[in-house]
Write a protein that binds this ligand. Structure first.
Ligand SMILES: Nc1ncnc2c1ncn2[C@@H]1O[C@H](COP(=O)(O)OP(=O)(O)O)[C@@H](O)[C@H]1O
Ligand SMILES: N[C@@H](CCC(=O)OP(=O)(O)O)C(=O)O
Length: 354
């Protein structure tokens, strides 16, 4: 379950302790009924503004980090105090993208979350904003929440926000199955002035959850009994079902944890080899490389204008430009790198985007 900054701050720019308490009570109720809940909470920056005398969300990184540092403590304190009143413990878990992208760190983070849940505690998750930089941050917590849901094999991702759901044509869409086209239509809409993701990042999060086999609900944080109603599967907000065609879940982190830094356009033969045979992408099938990516960066693999998948590049862009279209034997003779442009273990193919 995730709640956004826009919901958690009051009109005066402080943390809305009433809503925080109300949501924690709902989490505690679920926990008492045996439902395991991870609580991803935004609002560190928002909660840190007033105590630091800042009128609005700063745009410079040092002050954002400072606000998050002050606000995160307040947030967790508020949650832990209420959980304690209900006889429960809350454990703070602050994540960075590397905790999801790097396999060893991913397993480590997953272990921590599973242990907390196993001990009956409520993990209180946020991005580690105090040390996050522009280049290395999730930015919005929707994606972070979806990745955590994927990591834990959750059944349901609840995204609580300040609107009743995903709107189109002036009405809330009750059930959304065509996530990709909705994302394409809404990718440029900004969010509220304090939230950072907007609706597009919620739809992206729903897509990640769908690929992981989880349902998602986008609903208003202040709707009556919203948490219980979503868990009971009642009609509320916008419901996104899981995808029927899922890539291997262990590869989801490759596809979604990092923002792609470039695109690699491949020919028809390579596209077929990737989709049908699960092959690595070799230089010979590459037609073009776009963007300033380096070794280990996420890149989209494109054929015929369609994104086929995403992978971690084994070569930097300049090298891909040099080796593209050339068979491995030629490269060996010329003393060029012969390794795959993207190794199959670092490549996730998304043939059926919902
Ligand atoms: N089609 C849409 N449906 C719903 N909300 C939308 C839509 N387009 C833009 N929005 C905006 O997205 C905002 C929610 O995103 P955001 O501010 O990032 O929330 P949060 O802080 O909860 O993550 C809404 O307040 C709304 O203004
Ligand atoms: N990690 C940040 C949240 C970033 C953010 O604004 O997220 P969201 O409101 O979910 O779009 C914070 O705690 O302030």
């Amino acid at each position: 379950m995730k709640v956004g900054s826009s919901s958690l701050r009051t009109a005066e720019g402080r943390l809305d302790a009433d809503l925080a308490t109300h949501l924690i009570d709902a989490v505690a109720d679920l926990r008492e009924r045996g439902v395991q809940v991870v609580f991803v909470s935004s609002g560190a920056v928002a909660a840190g503004l007033a105590p630091l005398g800042l009128r609005q969300r700063p745009i410079d990184l040092p002050r954002l980090q400072a606000a998050a540092s002050v606000g995160q403590g307040l947030l967790v304190h508020t949650y832990q105090r209420r959980l304690a009143a209900r006889g429960l413990a809350g454990g703070q878990v602050l994540l960075t993208p590397d905790d999801v992208v790097e396999r060893a760190r991913y397993l480590n983070a997953r272990g921590t979350l599973e242990t907390l849940l196993g001990l009956g505690a409520i993990p209180l998750v946020n991005e580690n904003d105090t040390i996050a930089t522009e280049e290395l941050r999730f930015g919005d917590n929707d994606r972070l929440a979806a990745l955590v849901a994927s990591m834990l094999g959750a059944q349901l991702l609840v995204l609580l926000t300040d609107v009743d759901g995903f709107y189109e044509g002036g009405e809330v869409v009750p059930r959304l199955t065509e996530l990709s086209s909705a994302i394409a239509r809404h990718s440029r809409r900004p969010g509220s002035d304090v939230g950072s993701g907007g609706i597009a990042s919620k739809l992206e999060a729903a897509r990640i959850a769908a690929f992981s086999g989880a349902h998602s609900v986008i609903a208003h944080a202040r709707a009556e009994n919203v948490v219980h109603r979503t868990v009971l599967g009642e009609e509320i907000g916008t419901w996104c079902p899981p995808s029927r065609h899922r890539p291997e879940s262990r590869k989801l982190w490759i596809a979604f944890a990092r923002t792609p830094r470039g695109r690699i356009v491949v020919d028809k033969g390579a596209a077929r080899a990737l989709i049908e045979r699960g092959s690595s992408l070799l230089a010979v099938g590459v037609e073009e490389a776009e963007g300033a990516f380096t070794v280990g960066d996420a890149v989209d693999v494109v054929h015929d204008g369609r994104v086929l998948g995403r992978g971690l590049s084994g070569l930097d862009r300049e090298t891909v430009e040099r080796v593209r279209g050339r068979p491995t034997e030629d490269l060996a003779e010329a003393g060029e790198p012969t390794r795959a442009v993207i190794h199959r273990d670092s490549l996730v193919v998304l043939p059926h985007v919902p």
